[in-house]
Design a protein. Sequence first.
Length: 229
Amino acid sequence: MSTKTALIVGASRSLGLALATEFTRRGWDVIGTVRGESRTDLHELAEKSGGSVTVESLDTTRPEQISALRDRLAGRTLDLLFVNAAITRGNIPVGDVPEEMFVEVMVTNALSPMRVVESFRSLVTPTGTIGVMSSRQGSIGLNTRGGQDVYRASKSALNQLMRSYAVRYADAAHTLLLMCPGHVRTELGGPDAPLSIDQSIPGVVDTIEHHSGEPGLRFLNYQDQEVPW
């Protein structure tokens, strides 16, 4: 059986790095992207991987870099495309959010991941998987506490855009996943979050692998449970 290949966009640290590490541990070849040219923990993982991990540079907010990476990978076949990209700019009521901040979060968290998906979808095998990192904060039904207005809105927008994508390519057999990793202790999740990265990411990968070959769009968490839209 040939080795499976994953492209993980946003793999320099935190959840993305953990995804790259976990897939490598399970025998996958991993192409991971980082922003800029600085050395990251992903470079160290690549050096220790015996060739199974390669590092590419990509700023997803720059369309010309998306196109350039697509050209560089034109001869590759992907079993998994997974986009892990998100920023937050603090817990600010939406009426107080500067317009440039709103645009920055929306472009980074919603528009840019979809540009990546649209650009790389043709490299994914016909029964492969396309996933993006969402959040329970993108669930309208679960928003009973408010807060994090713009971050929530950006993840809801991402979910809606993936829904539209799924309808547009309804004849394709790709597995489409919106993944919620849970509330994890990261820079974004904060130090008081209940989950460690090691508690979250193996479950995310289990869920991705479990649904391989199942066409259609699902919004799931790291425990393979449906998340309300």
